[in-house]
Design a protein around this ligand. Structure first.
Ligand SMILES: Nc1ncnc2c1ncn2[C@@H]1O[C@H](COP(=O)(O)OP(=O)(O)OP(=O)(O)O)[C@@H](O)[C@H]1O
Ligand SMILES: [Mg+2]
Length: 477
């Protein structure tokens, strides 16, 4: 959850590098604090040693040292440090006679050479010491020419100084980071407010409220999001309009035959002539058949339209599907004395789709050809290969469809005026949706002979996997 919060993420991106910088800075501060403290300690040691050196005198050819109180007072640092010193004659070179102080105080690895002091660290009486050794020439002495002065101090004062220096720096920087964090938090809070507001807006909406969302209060980075949201609601609006129109049309299509049915029934009940009763019953049967077909078409439509119930897609043999479709239409062809021909150029034509739907596709196209072509006409169904596709063609020698109508006949419920035969205008719309759900295209054209209509369906060829058992009866609902 924490990783998903934009606020925490942004804050993290800000604070983690800042904390890293503070850490590095603190380390650098500590380093320079030690250097500073080291320099200060060394200077004090040297000053103390020098002031002791000045007080070395000779009396009767013997060196004497008087330790001035100031030489020790300059160490007062607040930490209870101990100061040790040792003054000895420097002859012989390995260390001469002790004049004052602690004789066992550690000496430097190399003796001082009189020009520059020697600083060194050593351990003495269980404490770490910082020491300085200087050599001071002394005049008027018979045996010696110079004295070595060593002053050492325990490290408490130095540590105290380092701590004071670096904690001050660290606290300052930590305070800066804290202030930055507080401001960043409030800034984010304010910056994200319009987004939160948008979220509440979206949640508050009723499902039928499809007005665009306002993006005036939003930052430019968030405007594309609202833009996308608005585009989506626009598409939803279009889709819901299509759905509404469809429902209205469907209701209308059902109401008309129902009214007719009621009239026909009333007539059948009223008439006393058995012949007229029979006639009325025949009409009722034809009417109910048409209504059943419409109901089936509506169901098919709801299945093939985008967002409808997902259909099982599998490899289907188009030749077999067309053959079954034609078999179901033989009755219609015979009744209208049509010459219905099937001319597949391959034994098998595998495409991917739903077997029931592909059969329905052929039925719709051939049904049109049989109905709109005057009795005694010729209808031919062909299947052939064209590159990576299979072409299914249905041609007739009827009146055809005028070029300006060829787009519109694919609309739901659209029928060409005066086309005579019964129908609700859904056949081609369904055909188109089936073809598109299989990734193909459908087009209307003139036939080579001029008269009639040529419908060409182009479906991408698929791999021949298992195409058996494609007529499972359960699939027809
Ligand atoms: N082969 C054809 N020849 C001439 N006109 C056609 C042909 N096929 C379709 N049409 C025209 O296109 C219109 C739409 O056809 P479609 O199949 O979509 O609906 P329908 O046949 O009227 O009704 P339904 O198929 O739903 O029962 C038809 O009304 C008809 O005028
Ligand atoms: Mg039709």
């Amino acid at each position: 959850m924490a990783a998903r919060s934009l606020r925490l993420q942004l804050l993290g991106w800000l604070l983690i590098p800042l904390a890293g910088i503070v850490l590095v800075n603190t380390w650098i501060t500590y380093d320079s604090a030690s250097v500073t403290a080291g320099i200060v300690t060394d200077r004090t040691l040297l000053a103390s040693a020098r002031s002791m050196a000045e007080q070395i005198q000779t009396s009767n050819g013997v060196m004497e040292a008087v330790i001035p109180p100031s030489a020790l007072e300059m160490f007062a640092s607040g930490a209870a440090d101990r100061v040790y010193y040792r003054i000895a004659s420097s002859d012989p070179p390995s260390g001469g006679a002790l004049i004052a102080g602690y004789g066992d105080l550690p000496t430097p690895a190399r003796p001082p050479d009189g020009l520059s002091p020697r600083y060194y660290d050593a351990r003495y009486r269980d404490s770490d010491l910082r020491l300085v050794a200087i050599r001071q020439p002394v005049a008027g002495v018979a045996t010696s020419h110079s004295a070595d002065i060593i002053v050492g101090e325990t490290l408490g004062g130095r540590a105290l100084m380092i701590n004071r220096l670096w904690t001050a720096g660290f606290l300052q920087q930590a305070a800066l980071v804290l202030i930055a964090a507080v401001f960043a938090w409030f800034g984010l809070q304010r910056g994200l407010a319009p987004l939160m507001e948008l979220g509440r807006d979206v949640v508050k909406r009723r499902p039928d409220e499809l007005a665009p969302f306002s993006d005036t209060a939003l930052q430019s980075e968030l405007k594309p999001l609202v833009g996308a949201l608005n585009q989506y609601t626009e598409r939803l609006q279009g889709w819901s309009a299509v759905q509404r129109r469809f429902i209205v049309n469907a209701a209308h299509q059902l109401r008309t035959p129902l009214t007719v049915l009621s009239t026909q029934t009333a007539y059948a009940l009223r008439t006393t002539s058995p012949a007229e009763k029979d006639e009325a019953l025949q009409a009722i049967r034809a009417n109910t058949r048409q209504m059943a077909r419409l109901a089936n078409q509506l169901l098919t439509m709801s299945q093939v339209e985008p967002g409808g119930r997902p259909m099982k897609i599998q490899p289907v043999d188009l030749v077999a599907a067309a053959r079954r479709a034609l078999e179901s239409l033989v009755g219609l062809a015979l009744g209208r004395n049509m010459d219905l021909g099937f001319d597949p150029r391959a034994k098998e034509a595998i495409v991917s789709g739903n077997p029931t739907m592909l059969q329905e596709l052929v039925v719709n196209l051939v049904d049109n050809a049989l109905r709109y072509t005057p009795a005694g006409g010729v209808v031919t169904v062909g299947i052939e290969r064209a590159g990576a596709d299979w072409l299914l063609s249905v041609r007739d020698n009827g009146p055809g469809i005028a070029p300006e109508e060829r787009e519109r006949v694919f609309e739901r419920f659209y029928r060409v005026l005066g086309s005579g035969a019964e129908g609700s205008g859904l056949g081609l719309a369904i055909a188109k949706e089936i073809v598109e759900s299989s990734g193909g295209t459908i087009a209307l054209a003139d036939t080579e002979a001029g008269a009639g209509l040529l419908v060409v369906v182009r479906l991408p060829a698929a791999e021949a996997a298992d195409v058996h058992g494609q007529t499972s009866p359960s699939e027809r609902s």
